[in-house]
Design a protein around this ligand. Structure first.
Ligand SMILES: Nc1ncnc2c1ncn2[C@@H]1O[C@H](COP(=O)(O)OP(=O)(O)OP(=O)(O)O)[C@@H](O)[C@H]1O
Length: 578
């Protein structure tokens, strides 16, 4: 097979990188010579048999020396094959995982909201592991076997065409039968693959939603659903195994005929003295070896068919377009939105032509009914999602031309759903600026009004705060997030105010911390407590993905009926009691 063609096949079918392909080639070459080495042992046996039949008896050391040298060479070849294959494989799998991790870093958040996360995790871990197994055990050996069998077929046909055909025809028929079944095998393994993904997702959901499941007394129903999904996966597995093993068994049976054919043709040829006994022994030995080799190749093919769906999945992930952009140095921080449009999925437009300018050193508040797209605007400005139409410009540059690294450098977020890591309080705040000293972190914590509750924690700043900050209240989590933003001190601040009601003390502390945070920045606040943004320089009133009106509180009280209604409702909410 020509080198470039092999490269294309390996790239297309297994998604290997250039260095992976080089590794596979070297390992395949070593594997080819290992096969040739095994064959040499057989030739030595034949040579010995020939000498015995012809009455040429040499001293034992002569035969032993030949065997010893062949075994030594074989040992070296096996060692090379092993080293080349396994070292290269682990390197390739590591590269692949790193490449995927790098790709994930550059994917917009929209990718994650459209894909299941357990599927993604399994692609990185399980699918790459499966591919890794094929790279170390099957791909190089399969290539070596193809070359080896071709060479052997030519040699057999050249040395005795009749015996050669007797040995090769059953092998070829068996192989063709196996290849004919490939579509069915791929289809069934793909079905099973997706069913397993679905089942894992059901399990993950059942684990993650334990609190909701228990509180809604949904345990029995949930148990039934998960076990039904498992049963269906099990049934599919049995069918898939059947669809895989039937062609293998059938073609193995056909291939076993090779030895019988050689024996039958040999008997006929021996009767008419058309072949020497030593040839017969040789052909029987070689056809046994070839039957084994083709059998192993069939196992490789079965593994490749099984891998098909997994490799497609890895390929999809690698080929998903990532967020591009240059590392621009931004100096001015007005944010200009012009006719911005966006949909999370193809069906519904969530943002439908939004335009406004958030000025540097000013506070712009976005208000509007629940679900009108306020938080989405913040996600678009920070490139957590890329907008579909219109433009968002900072310092004259469209943000889609700015790399996310350069943009995130200039933007701090304080979101409603504050994500905290299961590490110490100190490290969680340090996320704002990784090179901050402990004292700078403590200073930020003090400014964000965090220190009182941090010092009450068992180990103060060194307390581990549990997965996603589960040991902290909503208000405390948001204050940690404010401390991070204070530490980062980026010129743009995006603030999605916590919507859940906080107690008066917590609210006052958050407000104080926020006031310290917002000075001298381009601030965009999504606010659910209208009282807090009455003094904002500009208030943008949104409704169903559009801007209904914009201006100061006083202006809007005159010109925006929606704003008036929102103010009215919010003062009603403030009076609401249980
Ligand atoms: N990740 C997502 N995938 C699909 N749809 C989403 C996603 N996030 C939000 N939406 C939808 O987009 C619309 C706008 O949501 P957004 O969170 O921007 O509204 P909001 O005005 O901030 O709401 P609220 O005041 O209740 O926080 C809603 O209809 C919501 O269901």
């Amino acid at each position: 097979m020509e080198g470039a063609r092999m490269k294309t096949i390996l790239k297309r079918n297994f998604g290997l990188t250039d260095s992976g392909i080089r590794m596979v080639r070297r390992a395949a070459l070593a594997s080819f010579f290992v096969n040739a080495g095994y064959m040499a042992l057989m030739l030595i046996a034949m040579y010995y048999g020939d000498n015995v039949l012809k009455g040429v008896i040499r001293p034992a050391w002569y035969y032993l020396a030949i065997i010893a040298v062949t075994l030594a060479v074989l040992y070296i070849l096996i060692d090379r094959e092993y080293v080349l294959t396994f070292n290269g494989t682990y390197q390739e799998a590591t590269n692949l995982r790193l490449e995927i991790a790098d790709q994930i870093k550059k994917l917009p958040l929209s990718y994650f909201s459209r894909h299941d996360l357990s599927d993604l995790a399994q692609t990185i871990m399980q699918d790459v592991t499966d591919l890794e197994h094929a790279m170390s055990h099957s791909i190089p050996r399969c290539i070596a076997y193809v070359f080896f069998l071709t060479v052997m077929a030519v040699l057999l046909l050249a040395s005795n065409p009749l015996l050669g055909l007797a040995a090769l025809i059953p092998l070829a028929v068996g192989l063709v039968l196996m290849l004919l079944s490939q579509r069915a095998q791929k289809r069934w393994t793909e079905k099973y693959f997706w069913k397993m993904r679905e089942t894992t997702e059901a399990f993950q959901e059942a684990i993650e939603l334990q609190r909701e499941i228990k509180s809604c007394r949904y345990e029995d129903k949930n148990y039934q659903e998960v076990s039904a999904s498992l049963d269906a996966a099990e049934r599919l597995r049995v069918r898939t195994e059947l669809m895989q093993s039937m062609p293998i068994l059938l073609s193995t049976a056909v291939m076993k005929l090779s030895i019988g054919f050689v024996a039958a043709v040999s008997a006929a040829l021996l009767r008419i003295n058309a072949v020497q006994m030593i040839y017969v022994i040789g052909f029987l030995l070689v056809s046994m070896r070839l039957t084994d080799a083709v059998g192993v190749m069939e196992d490789f093919f079965a593994e490749f068919f099984y891998l098909d769906a997994r490799i497609k999945r890895i390929g999809e992930l690698r080929n998903t377009p990532t967020q591009q952009g240059k590392n621009l140095e931004l100096e001015h921080f007005d944010i200009e939105l012009k006719d911005v449009r966006f949909a999370y999925n193809d069906e519904t437009k969530v943002i439908n032509g939004v335009s406004f300018v958030a000025k540097q050193d000013q506070v712009t508040a976005i208000v509007g009914p629940s679900g009108c797209g306020k938080s989405t605007i913040l996600r678009l400005i920070s490139r957590l999602y890329d907008y579909d139409g219109g433009s968002i410009r900072i310092d004259g540059h469209d943000i889609q031309e700015i790399s996310t690294d350069a943009l995130f450098d200039k933007v701090s977020f304080v979101f409603q759903d504050v994500i905290l890591f299961n590490s110490s309080v100190l490290d969680n705040i340090r996320m704002g600026r990784l090179d901050a000293t402990d004292e700078e972190v403590r200073q930020a914590a003090r400014l964000a009004n965090c220190e009182d509750f941090i010092l009450r924690l068992p180990e103060g700043y060194d307390t581990l705060i549990g997965e996603n900050g589960s040991k902290l209240s909503g208000g405390e989590r948001q204050r940690i997030s404010i401390a991070r933003a204070l530490l980062k001190n980026a010129p743009i601040l995006l603030l999605d105010e916590i919507s859940a009601s906080l107690d008066v003390e917590n609210e006052r502390k958050i407000q104080e911390a926020l006031n310290r945070l917002i000075t001298d920045k381009t601030v965009i606040i999504v606010s659910h407590r209208l009282k807090s943004i009455e003094k904002a320089d500009q208030i943008v009133v949104m409704d169903a993905g559009r801007v209904e009106a914009a201006g100061t509180h006083d202006e809007l009280m005159k010109k925006s009926p929606l704003y008036q209604r929102l103010i009215e409702k919010s003062s009603l909410t403030e009076k609401f009691t249980y």
